[in-house]
Design a protein around this ligand. Structure first.
Ligand SMILES: [Zn+2]
Length: 167
């Protein structure tokens, strides 16, 4: 995939580097927050607000140990429980195109002090109320592409076992 400017240089001194297309990214799923009554992921498991402003939070599996990911997930769960992780590659996020052929989401390293392997996916748009309102409606179908891609949800252990097998 051709990279956006924001994807081409590491963002912080904590970062292990730019996110490569073939990197596996994990999305922590929290229950009951992200799960609907049928046991499937609720659309709200991916907030359009995150995709538009803060960035949709992901863990770079190749740069985070099982223990680090587990700790990060427990931290996020705050009193709820860690249901598991959705698994997606950077490329799967980057290949989402709008009808005009433009990429919808960027994926870039977004290291946190607590988790160097943190990444974010973002739909870049102007951060003003009018632009955000328009974008919020426009990106729903693309949000749903991501929602399907991260299912089925795996346990963190399964996600790491799959990594060992693919080596
Ligand atoms: Zn970008």
């Amino acid at each position: 995939m051709s990279l956006c400017d924001c994807e081409q240089t590491p963002r912080s001194c904590y970062s292990p580097g730019v996110v490569e297309d073939d990197e596996v990214l994990l999305r922590v799923i929290i229950a009951p927050r992200d799960i609907n009554k049928d046991g499937f992921l609720a659309p709200t498991a991916i907030q359009t607000k995150d995709l538009l402003t803060r960035g949709w939070s992901l863990v770079r599996r190749g740069h985070s140990t099982l223990q680090e990911t587990d700790n990060f997930a427990s931290e996020l769960a705050k009193g709820q429980s860690v249901h598991g992780v959705g698994v997606i590659s950077a490329e799967q996020v980057r290949v989402v195109l709008d009808p005009t052929g433009q990429r919808v989401f960027c994926v870039y390293d977004d290291a946190l002090k607590a988790l160097k392997a943190h990444a974010s996916a973002l739909h870049e748009c102007e951060q003003n109320e009018k632009a955000l309102k328009k974008a919020r409606a426009a990106i729903i179908p693309f949000r749903d592409v991501l929602l399907s891609a991260i299912q089925p949800v795996h346990t963190i252990e399964e996600a790491y076992a799959a990594a060992r097998q693919s080596k």
